[in-house]
Design a protein around this ligand. Structure first.
Ligand code: ADP
Ligand code: ADP
Length: 229
């Protein structure tokens, strides 16, 4: 009944032991926030789950599929797992709508009309349907990040991963992205979020995980976590 499971996961960058026996169980519908100092392995953990990185020891299971590095396995995981990055990673030469439709059309073979209808539905959910025909460069950072969220949702993922989605944004745009994430949480989406936004963690997270030096050093419900100096 777990959406994501990490069992004794270890990873090295060269000689550098970046993940040390990481164990994590994420239930369907659970919202997990991962925090901790810079360099502690948060991003690497997230990137191992969607196969942007490979791990070297232990097991990662997503939606019942044990991850290995063969291409079929990677493709199937990328369909199940939506990812939102710090720097949006939109295609600059494609419109907002085209960004949202690319993977559904080319990876999932969804007919264009249907992909566009779905994309418009999600662009409305993230409150930027008027920007559909614009290019990412014409949008604010906050709007671009909401496009990135809509784009991930267009693949109808089972779990959404967020890697510091607000840390590249100007302060006045942070709230609109957090609000989008909060309303997504309210739909029951399974979410794994690396963020320093403790207000978000407090209001949305079922559990807060604290990483340090490549290890999970603490794991608590948000209330316990914040009352525990
Ligand atoms: P966090 O997300 O907690 O800031 P990361 O997972 O990004 O941490 O990085 C953990 C450590 O691994 C850092 O010390 C970082 O410098 C190092 N690191 C990250 N990516 C690479 C890489 N591709 N090659 C070598 N070292 C890396
Ligand atoms: P239903 O019609 O089944 O009640 P919704 O229309 O509320 O579902 O949502 C359908 C999907 O849209 C959800 O599974 C979720 O992925 C996505 N979604 C809903 N609200 C938002 C939002 N505010 N921001 C981003 N995605 C959302």
């Amino acid at each position: 009944n777990y959406m994501v499971q990490l069992k004794n996961v270890n990873k090295w960058y060269g000689n550098f032991h970046v993940l040390k026996n990481v164990n994590l169980n994420v239930k369907k519908g659970e919202r997990i926030v991962i925090c901790g100092p810079s360099g502690s392995g948060k991003s690497t953990t997230i990137r191992c789950i969607n196969r942007l990185e490979e791990h070297h020891q232990g097991e990662i299971i997503v939606n019942g599929i044990t991850l290995n590095n063969d291409l079929k396995n990677i493709e199937s995981i990328r369909r199940d797992v939506g990812m939102v990055f710090q720097h949006f990673n939109l295609f600059p030469h494609l419109t907002v709508l085209e960004n949202c439709c690319l993977a559904p059309i080319w990876v999932k073979k969804v007919p264009r009309r249907e992909a566009e209808a779905t994309a418009m539905r999600y662009l409305e959910k993230v409150k930027i349907p008027d920007q559909a025909k614009k290019f990412p460069g014409q949008l604010s950072g906050g709007q671009q990040q909401r496009v990135a969220i809509a784009r991930a949702l267009c693949m109808n993922p089972d779990v959404m991963l967020f890697d510091e989605p607000t840390s590249a944004l100007d302060p006045e745009m942070v709230k609109e992205v957090l609000d989008t994430m909060i309303s997504l949480a309210e739909t029951g989406m399974t979410m794994l979020c690396v963020t320093h936004e403790m207000g978000f963690a407090k209001s949305v997270a079922d559990r807060v995980i604290f990483m340090d030096g490549g290890q999970i050093v603490e794991e608590n419900e948000p209330n316990e976590f914040f009352n525990n100096p």
